[in-house]
Design a protein around this ligand. Sequence first.
Ligand code: KMH
Ligand code: ZN
Length: 285
Amino acid sequence: MSQSTGTIITVAPTGAEHAKSNVPNLPVTLAELVSTAQDCERVGAAMIHVHIRDDDAKPTLDLGRLKDTVAALREQTNLIVQLSTGGAVTDPESDRLRVLDAMPDSASCTMGTVNFGDDVFLNRWEFIVELHKGMQERGIVPEYEIFDIGQLASLHRLLDEYGPPAGGHVHVDLVMGVPGGMPGDAETLVSAMRLIPDGATFSATGIGRSTLPVMLASLSAGGHLRVGMEDTISYARGERVKDNAQLVARAAGLARIAQRPPLASVQVRELLGVKGEKGLADVAV
Ligand code: KMH
Ligand code: ZN
């Protein structure tokens, strides 16, 4: 694992699971997303993990909307723009693969199938390979999403058989505490670290109640942070999240206390191999 003196903070502001009717402050329109992104950048985020919604606030992978979203975030922020290829559990593989045609800086690549509450988040091996190769061809830097420890073994297999990602650097995100996936606690985070490829960086996020234990464990273990309303809508016991910037500000404060202050997006581009001020990684050979 690669150690860093600073902390990458990624914000995941929306996700595909919460309904706007239950969470009125969830950013779902493009204007809300850009405004949230700007607020989060101001308080320490360097990267944004994006799910978008349609006019009825339902999750969508519409390519035109994705392209408009990438363009607007590039124009109005310096954040590294990462599109979700996970989408919603109901999204077909073809739509999820097409996300790459929106040409974001980065895209998520989940490394295996996992029970996801009462649903199944399906990620077949052949689909993972197609995503990995699609990103290599387009120069999009992947973030390998890990919901369970065995998925790290699949990551080793992927890199062994199909070579390094675009940009040459491996970055992993441990998504912990999903019902059906690995638990969100310090012991599990440390166990997962054993399987993180040499030279790779990792961030971690804890869903719901596991947000704080995972954040503190990741910081103390040399990991980076993902926070946002995709992963939790509760700030403290009995207290709803005000907005995404509140979660980013808390993460940035803890990172500073840990003497690992938030990294600026330009530094994160360098670390993750995302080339250019707002551009794409070099196409991998
Ligand atoms: N919405 C989940 C089913 C990703 O963004 O790549 C999948 C997810 C992972 O959020
Ligand atoms: Zn996501």
